[in-house]
Design a protein around this ligand. Structure first.
Ligand code: CO8
Length: 258
């Protein structure tokens, strides 16, 4: 029977949960897992029932990085022809909020995968690192870029040059994670946040995500203009009118994504 290496479940209330499932190799991200994960993100992006996505490796480990077995004989041209950027792009291009629930190791490609999320909930056991240098490599999916943007040059340089790991508490202090909880609560808390977001206007969520993701790499004036335009666009949505009306009528808003 074919091994189930990734699971996607509906949690109800607009939330889907994606679970990496290669426990024997600490959820190492082989090509097939990344391909299936990309397909799931593309499906969920189009799924009207899904308003927010939780991404986890389960209770014990998030992901120990790329599957090192794939690196033994690969040559430059093989790695180039894999076009693995398309798998990452499927996550980057997902318009819906992604919440990573991280227990245990998030190393190399695993740390980079967590950084694709919009919010990271870490269990106390979470351990982050970019250990590629220890195997004669370097980060290849955002470790020298997203990590620098998240925690700044000197903390990030230390991580990528030494390959040393950091604890959940250190990651929290550096701003790499959104919050730290007890391990047994990590997935529950991520789902709780996802359900909260799923109750908001999906168009407003998408606009926030798009402006924040694009704006961070733009000059400030352009980014502020982008923010202003997105803010203005929202005034043409039914959800915006419903939100304002519900507030004034002291009731919960019923957003329709229109
Ligand atoms: N690839 C393949 N197998 C792995 C990996 C991995 N990344 N990590 C763990 N395993 C396997 C081990 O070989 C071992 O197999 P076996 O049972 O057959 O001996 C099994 O998982 C359990 O591992 P350990 O016995 O080592 O378990 P521990 O709990 O003692 O240690 C660690 C867990 C700390 C995670 C340790 O296994 C480790 O250091 N793993 C490698 C971490 C690493 O170097 N990651 C970076 C990989 S390179 C990378 O991610 C580049 C990213 C580039 C772009 C992204 C592409 C996805």
């Amino acid at each position: 029977m074919e091994e189930t290496i990734i699971i996607c479940e509906q949690q109800g209330e607009g939330v889907s949960v994606i679970t990496l499932n290669r426990p024997k190799v600490r959820n190492a991200l082989n090509a097939e897992l990344r391909k299936q994960m990309a397909e799931i993100f593309i499906q969920l992006n189009d799924d009207p029932e899904t308003k927010a996505i939780v991404l986890t490796g389960g209770d014990k480990v998030f992901a120990a990085g790329a599957d090192i077995n794939d690196f033994l004989t690969a040559k430059t041209v093989d790695v180039y022809l894999r076009q693995s950027e398309r798998y990452w792009d499927a996550i980057t291009n997902c318009r819906k909020p992604i919440i990573a629930a991280v227990n245990g190791y998030a190393l190399g490609g695993g740390c980079e995968l967590a950084m694709h999320a919009d919010i990271i909930v870490a269990g106390k056991s979470a351990t982050f690192g970019q250990p590629e240098i220890k195997i004669g490599l370097m980060p290849g999916a955002g470790g020298t870029q997203r990590l620098f943007r998240a925690i700044g040059k000197h903390k990030a340089m230390k991580m990528v040059l030494t390959g040393d790991m950091i604890s959940a508490t250190e990651a929290d202090q550096m701003g790499l994670v959104s919050e730290v909880v007890d391990d047994k609560m990590t997935i529950t808390r991520a789902i709780e946040i996802a359900k909260q977001l799923a109750g908001y206007s999906p168009i407003a969520l998408t606009q926030i995500k798009e402006v924040a993701s694009l704006g961070i790499d733009m000059p400030l004036q352009g980014a502020l203009a982008l923010e202003r335009k997105a803010f203005q666009i929202l005034f043409d949505t039914e959800d915006q009118k419903e939100g304002a009306k519900a507030f004034l009528e002291k009731r919960s808003a019923n957003y329709k994504g229109q």
